[in-house]
Design a binder for this molecule. Structure first.
Ligand code: DGY
Length: 352
């Protein structure tokens, strides 16, 4: 009798575990293969990704090497990538026909060869909206830091240059009553306009491919030509995407058209600026000052001439670096990726 019970239990036990094992191996087999090129994102998002995919992960807090990308992309269905990864023809060719989606943890997509993806029917996910406020906020911070010389002033205070209060020392142009020109009037440009308006700017001008009448209403921003914007603005803020058309649009001619008192701010992409022309413009007094959150290359070499100029503020590409924005970007990149892999609509698919 005892013997019978024992063998029945054993059979039940075996059956139960065999079916669990089967379910587990089926789930493993069905999990899509994904390449992820960084590990330092919101831990809960990384955990979710690990549980839903067979993940090949660059397990370091640095940009993945090109060799890692090329060695690990073959056969993958998806890639969770960052603006530090070049998703070009070579990589897509190496990936092979399984690749369904490139999901980037960024709103910018100049690191992705969009045409090559389109030709292969590879979907692209990106992260608009969730970083708009963070980036616009940083843009205003950088503008004030540059125009009101905050870094220089802090350095003076720290190193003994602050000997007495002085009426003209450390002065810079105010934003109130000024004319502000915004190049690129998308989500971030519009949010910058709102913030600039709160600082009592007198005129807000914008240059954009299309007219944004409704979006401009609330701030009273006026569409002008690029040339007009350069000539009239006290502050010129660059908020547009890097494309073949916009590459080096701030060059020797553009700086020459600006006021000698102009302050130039770029939180978009370094490639929009001819950096040598900017160095000359700052050195020769063609313009007053510049604030850059983006450069070419990134990071900018420590011995670069821009670092030696007191009228240039440089930040290490931190436009979207609020905790909230980066967490939301991680989640949106995950959702874009998983939805595309599961043939569901992506929350933010790049459609050009
Ligand atoms: C982007 O998303 O493109 C920004 O440059 C970094 O967050």
């Amino acid at each position: 009798m005892v013997h019978l019970i024992t063998s029945n239990t054993a059979i039940k036990f075996l059956r139960f575990n065999t079916s669990r094992l089967k379910a587990f191996s089926t789930a493993m087999m069905e999990k899509p293969e994904v390449l992820m090129t960084r590990c330092d994102i919101a831990p809960n998002v990384l955990e979710e990704l690990k549980s839903r995919c067979k993940l090949t992960l660059w397990n370091k807090e640095s940009a993945a090497s090109r060799t890692f990308l090329l060695e690990n992309i073959p056969g993958k269905s998806g890639i969770f990538c960052f603006l530090t990864d070049k998703i070009d023809k070579e990589l897509l060719d190496t990936a092979g026909p399984n690749l369904k989606v490139v999901s980037t943890f960024s709103v910018g997509y100049d690191h992705i060869d969009v045409k090559e993806c389109q030709q292969r029917n590879i979907k692209i996910g990106y992260t608009p909206d969730v970083l708009t406020e963070a980036t616009a906020e940083l843009t205003l911070g950088l503008l004030l830091c540059t125009s009101r010389r905050l870094i220089e002033a802090h350095e003076e205070a720290r190193t003994g240059g602050w000997t007495t209060w002085s009426p003209s020392w450390m002065t810079g142009p105010g934003l109130g009553e000024s004319t502000v020109g915004i190049v690129g009037f998308g989500r971030i440009g519009q949010s910058v306009a709102l913030k600039v308006k709160a600082f009592n700017a007198k005129n807000i001008l914008y240059f954009n491919r299309s007219e944004k009448q409704n979006e401009a209403k609330i701030t009273g921003a006026v569409k002008v030509s690029f040339e007009e914007l350069l000539k009239q603005s006290d502050f010129i803020i660059c908020c547009c995407a890097l494309t073949k058309e916009t590459q080096n649009m701030f060059n020797i001619e553009s700086f020459a058209k600006m006021k000698r008192t102009a302050v130039f701010i770029n939180t978009s992409r370094g490639g929009l600026v001819d950096q040598n022309a900017l160095v000359d413009a700052l050195e020769n007094g063609t313009i007053r000052a510049a604030g850059l959150d983006v450069t070419v290359p990134e990071p900018l070499p420590l011995d670069h001439r821009l670092f030696k100029m007191s009228n240039c503020t440089i930040l290490p590409h931190i436009g979207s670096a609020t905790i909230e924005a980066r967490t939301a970007m991680a989640k949106l990149t995950l959702d874009n990726l998983m939805n595309a892999l599961e043939d569901k609509p992506m929350p933010a698919q790049l459609k050009l």
